[in-house]
Design a protein around this ligand. Sequence first.
Ligand SMILES: [Cu+2]
Length: 429
Amino acid sequence: MSMATSLYPRDARAQHVHQAAPEGATPPATTPDVSFGALELQRLAAGTAWQPESVPHAGFHATAGDWNLMFHGLLFAGYDMQGGNRGSSSGVGMGWLMAMADRRLGTGHFAARVMLSPEPLTVANGGYPLLLQTGETYKNQSLIDRQHPHDLFMEIAAIYTMDLGPATALQLYAAPVGEPALGPPGFPHRISAASDPMAPIGHHWQDSTHISFGVLTAGFVTRHLKLEGSWFNGREPDEKRSDIELHTFDSFAARLSASPVPSLVGQVSVGYLSGPEALAPDQSVRRVTASVSHYQAFSSGGHCATTAAYGYNKEEGEFGASSALLETDVNLDGRNVIFGRAEYVRKAGNALALPGDLQRFLFDLGTVSVGYLRNLGAFAGVQPGVGVRGTVNLLAQGLEPFYSSRHPLGAILYLRLASAATTGGHSHN
Ligand SMILES: [Cu+2]
């Protein structure tokens, strides 16, 4: 048995395509590609970031000639309430839809992906209310206590994985919109955050580069390790959310990922971002991140998915600041999901738009969120659910005049639509 076959059972892909096909569909006539390049593609969450191999594959699958086609998505619609002086409430929709076509090509495997977000239409006033959130702009002002919408084009990418041996490959990723090799997979694509509609407040310390307008990545991939380098446009998306904003490629990142066992993935990455914030185009940022993700399926039809992440930003001429995140998604039986996220971030007073001298201080911020999602019956490959999520924010001393208390609260009630296979509807025997 070669190493490539030990990565997945030889018939795993065929079986999976068959399982996920709609009722009555004919199984594909062609032999599925089980090359290392094809299997590597299944490990990608978004961009070229690994998720644990044990995560089941979501969505509708079909074949057209030599092409495998795949569609999946995750959508939320809810009412978001954030307390205190700086809080507000609003209806909101978030999420994404993705289509991928892939096939064997030459001595490797080719994939093209397009991912779209409805958020430019479903998030009002430049961002949805989220206490302590910072990053990006609206009406030429920094967004504070709001989370920006993601752009209509979240990813347009081509990935070619060229087999060098039975378990080694060279990977090239080219994307007018995509994710460079920096950070864990963006939170919208993490299985540990799949029931949670809200962004982490450490987003701009850890995984905010997941929408970058212009990315080139080259990677060397083995069974257990992946080493990548990216050259990309480090400018964050501007407030026009439906265009593609190509700037010069002026930023760099490198990432080492490891997957010692199928249930576990870790990464460390470093990046140099040239003027990421539109309001400070001359201020570069150095970022260091590290993360570990774990996924374990239960025989009950549920799973436990967890991510721990660390991110450090050092803006030119400023003090460096750290962030940490721990999030988990415990699907008890396919129907009942309990999830949570705890975060620590150190943000500067000027980032929080505090007055006078306070601008120069750094403030320790924390959040603890817990939620419950009830999945309803899956229908036509779509898994609907209803959920609620509550948050307690923990503020450093001195911030209570601005936020009404040191423990302002937040909550969201929501409806969720996911590809059925991601959730308990997937029979993973
Ligand atoms: Cu984002």
